[in-house]
Structure formats: C-alpha cells, structure tokens
Design a protein around this ligand. Sequence first.
Ligand SMILES: *Cc1c(COP(=O)(O)O)cnc(C)c1O
Length: 471
Amino acid sequence: MGDLERLKDIPSVDSLAAELGATAAGRRTPRRLLVRAARSAVESVRDEILSDGRAGSASSKDVRARARALALGEMRALSRRRLSPVLNATGVIVHTNLGRAPLSERAIQRVSEVSAGYSTLEYDLAEGDRGHRGEVVTDYLRELTGAEDALVVNNNAAAVLLALNTLALGREVVVSRSELIEIGGSFRLPEVFERSGARMVAVGTTNRTRPGDYENAIRNSTAAIMAAHWSNYSISGFVQRVELRDLSDICERAGLPLIHDLGSGLLADAASVGLEGEASIADSLAGGADVVTASGDKMLGGPQAGIALGRVETVGRMRANPLMRAMRPGKLTLAALEATLEAYLEDAERDEVPVIRALVESRGRLVERATELAGHLRDRCGGLCSVEVVETTARVGGGAAPERDVASAGLSVSSERMSTDALARRLRDVRPPVIARATEEGVVLDLRTIAPEDDAAALDALVAALATEEE
Ligand SMILES: *Cc1c(COP(=O)(O)O)cnc(C)c1O
C-alpha cells in the first residue's frame, strides 16, 4: 500500500481537538491550544508517513493512535508549563523556584476583596481626595520594626537598585569583597551597581575584611558603605567580618549613610522562631543601618515585594526618586502585604503566616502527621508500596538563612514496580503535582513544607502516582 493511502487515515484536526477536549487535562486547556496541539500532531504524523518507509506497513488504526498519542503528549506538555499550585515536599521553606512564601488566609482574602472592585489604593476617604499609595503599610512597618520610615517596591532587587541610585549616583559605595553576592535568577550585586549608576569599591578579601579596609577606601567621592547579608552561602574557616555596629560607627565618623541589604526580611523575633543569631529587620536598624532592604516573600512570609526601611531623610529621598514610579507595587501586593503585617501586629504570625508556621512546627507533631498518613497509605495502596516514617532535615532556604537545618519528619515511599526516580516523576504528573526528593531508599516527602490542611491532597497524590500504569 502506498504512503499517500496512509495520509487519508490521519484524523482531522477538529476531531483530534475534540478528543483532547474530552480528557481531564483537555477540560482545563483553552480550545485554541487544543487545536494547536492537534494540528502539530497531524503535521508530525504526515511528515513521518512521507519521510519514513515504515509507515507504509502501518494500519489505519496505527496512524490514528499515533496522531492521538502525539496530540496528548503535546497537550500534557502545555499543561505542565502552566503556573499551577504544587505541594512542596522538599522541606525547603523559602523555595524560590516554588514561589517562595505561601500567603496567609487573611492575605488571600484581602487580595480577593481589594481586587474584585475599586479600592482606596490612592484615595483618602476622610478628605474625599487623592491619598498616598501604601501609606498604611508604611505605618505598620514602622510600628513593627521601629523604623522612622518605610517604602515598598516590587522586589528586593528593586529596593537595592533604588537605594544605590538615590544615595550614590555617580559616586562610590564601599562594600566587602566577601559580600559581592549572586542570588539565583541573576541578581549579581556588581551588575546591579553598574546599572544603578553608583561605582562599587570592593575592599578586603574573599574571606577577611577589617574595619581599616573600609576606612582606607573612604574619599571625597564616597557616598555610602554597603553591607549585604550572606543569604545563600557561607564562608567558614579563616574569616573576619566587620559587624554592622562597627560599620555604623565608621559611617557616623565619616558622615556617610550605611545601606544594609538584609534579604531575608525576618520580621519575627529570631530566637522565638528558632533562628537564634539571624538578624531581623529590627536588629539591622538597631545595629545602625540607615536603610535596610529586604524581600517581602522570604522570611516575612508575604507577597513578592521589596521593602526599604530606615531614616526619614534617606527613605524620603528614595521615595522622591523618579525611578520609584517604575518600581511601585500594585494593589494586589499592597493588599497582601498589609494583611500579612496585620497578623504580626496581632502576634498571630505563628498561627497565620505559613512560613512562620512551617518554621515553628514541632518535629513531634510532624511525626504524628506522618504516622497517620503512612497508615492511610498502607490501607489504600495495599501491596503496591512500602512506606516508612522518617526523620528528615528541612531547610529555611536560599535567600534567607542558608545554613539553617531544621529537624523535621516525613515519609519515605517506594514501590516494587518502579524506581524512586520514576515515582518522583509520577508525583510531578498528578494533580496537584508533588515536588519530592528521590533517594536510593525511597521518595522522601518532608511534611514541614506541607500545610496540615494539604495532608489529604498529598495522600491522594501518592495513591494516584503509585497506581499509575507503567508507560
Ligand atoms: C533575596 C535577596 C535579594 C533579591 O531579592 P528579591 O526579592 O528576590 O529581588 C537581594 N539581596 C539579598 C541579600 C537577598 O537575600
């Protein structure tokens, strides 16, 4: 039989798209994209038939099945690329690739209320006239940290850029070589300096910087000293750093502002959340920083945002910088941040703010949850799996406190029918996808980063992944 004969067996784009639309993933996918997936499958099958003698021996049924399989694969690939919720079973509390901080119920509620209609974003109800964007958040941040003034931008990278551009355009900023950080996703401090218009003057060495290194670098063209938090790395061994307090003294003597890029944005008292020795925003201000910059979605536990806090004069100049207009946060950000900060003002962060909740949960409670889940899983997957409750080590996460281990617990799950890698892959293919770590013994699900409300969903996901037919 000739190839041209086989071409007639290729299903039409419309019928293939309709088939896709009848599947679970298809119901969640816009029709235009289903048509695109169907068209691409049809074209591929046509090319295969025309270019490959093998197709000549295929039956009509084979051709249809091939077109269908290609179209389904295309649709699933589309579906996997969407921004969708996942369960974070990695044990990394602030996980940048998984969206950093989950929002509190209160923040979600506020975002939903404020976004559904008009709002007081820049409106003063008392005056019936124009108001100031983010005014309440400024007030809350001052109350919580003791800062004289605060402003919010879209992320911490913007806050750093704005601080440098405002305080040191065309002038020099002295910074230790040990703090020329790179944060994942291409935030490299030297490059940010370049774009800010400030000149970076690196002093000291990779592992040791002394007070005199800063002092000797100060000249007429120096505009500020900057300190940056080692938020995703550590240096150990023969190390010397200059404490913030001492940097602040040097700045004071020289009449220069001290910029502290804190990153983590810890608002809670460090010891009360088990992070003894970590600097909070209030610690940094008390240590003498004139402006502290931090992320809203790391240890603060709010939306993606950058926060700059400090002296009225310094923060005021940043607010007046024309770049501010290009960095200002939207109403969704401000609504979520305002609600998150309210939880702190009510001392309710341990119960309400997900990253703080995850951080302070006891290992004992995690073991209880894991034991219960393990029991249910054995009941539901019978002979298909083996489950163990295991002790694990969770992490605070990059950009916050990289070296902090947190004693944690979870499940180790394996199946005789597939490798742990295959099981981990299947867990990423169920709904919601579960992101877990494959080890030699089993796939480990750390419960510290799964909210207790999501235990049932995690259990369903495990059952579904273990039951999936071999591909
Ligand atoms: C995370 C971090 C940044 C970047 O903050 P984004 O909010 O991701 O823009 C900058 N500096 C430090 C020290 C950080 O930890």
